[in-house]
Ligand binder design. Structure first.
Ligand code: DC
Length: 226
């Protein structure tokens, strides 16, 4: 099997990773893998079971009851399947965002999900986004990009996104949530969010989506053409 191309996109919550990665994947014909959705599924599962995301004993006791699968529909949209149930829409709430950030700090959770993420990258050309893709999941990725933006810009974008879905959003609360998640995701012991030496940093604070896409294509073309 020919070696697959993998594009690792890491960065903090709300930097635009999934919007950008989804569009790029479509344009380049790669598979898009949203790894945050996998951690959200874990958080959702333990939430249903009444296990708090910091309760490592409860997590250790019940983790074997959880079966996670990633499926793609005809349009290439990623669906998260939890014990046979499609939970794709259920995992997109601010509460699950916070719980995913906490539950993802446990090594037992991260270890369980590692092979699943690597397997997709073995089979397909991928654009994979998350927090530890360039550092841990795909350390040999063809291209590594660290996408970031100021916390204020990210909070505003998240509010716009929630409003567009008809959900109420309070800017100050969203900003607080983002800052809290930034702290948790960068300060955990296992696979914290950090930029690796060989990744290219792209600050999207002053760019619109088309600007980010153009900048990313430029970075990707330079590396893939080598
Ligand atoms: O990308 P997201 O906001 O959907 O991710 C939700 C949480 O999952 C995030 O706050 C931290 C965790 N996560 C992680 O630890 N590692 C990843 N590769 C992706 C997400």
């Amino acid at each position: 099997m020919a070696k697959k191309i993998s594009i690792a996109i890491d960065g903090p919550a709300g930097a635009g990773k999934s919007t950008i990665a989804k569009r790029l994947a479509k344009e380049l014909g790669y598979m898009y893998v949203d790894t945050g959705a996998i951690y959200r599924t874990v958080a959702y599962f333990f939430d249903l079971w009444g296990v708090a995301p910091k309760d490592i004993d409860g997590i250790t006791r019940y983790i074997d009851e959880l079966n996670i699968a990633i499926e793609y529909d005809e349009e290439g949209v990623q669906h998260m399947i939890m014990n046979g149930i499609d939970v794709t829409d259920d995992i997109r709430t601010p509460e699950i965002s916070q719980k995913a950030s906490l539950v993802s700090a446990h090594a037992i959770v991260r270890d369980m999900l590692l092979d699943m993420q690597r397997d997709v990258a073995k089979q397909y050309d991928v654009i994979m986004d998350g927090r530890d893709i360039g550092t841990v999941v795909l350390p040999k990725a063809t291209v590594k990009i660290f996408l970031t933006a100021s916390a204020e810009v990210r909070a505003q974008r998240r509010c716009d996104e929630l409003n567009a879905k008809g959900m109420k959003a309070n800017y100050n609360q969203v900003l607080k949530d983002i800052q809290q998640r930034d702290y948790q995701d960068t300060h955990r012991e296992v696979a914290p969010l950090k930029m690796c030496r060989d990744s290219v940093k792209l600050d999207t604070s002053d760019l619109d989506i088309d600007g980010v896409i153009a900048a990313m294509k430029d970075i990707i073309q330079k590396k893939v053409a080598k």
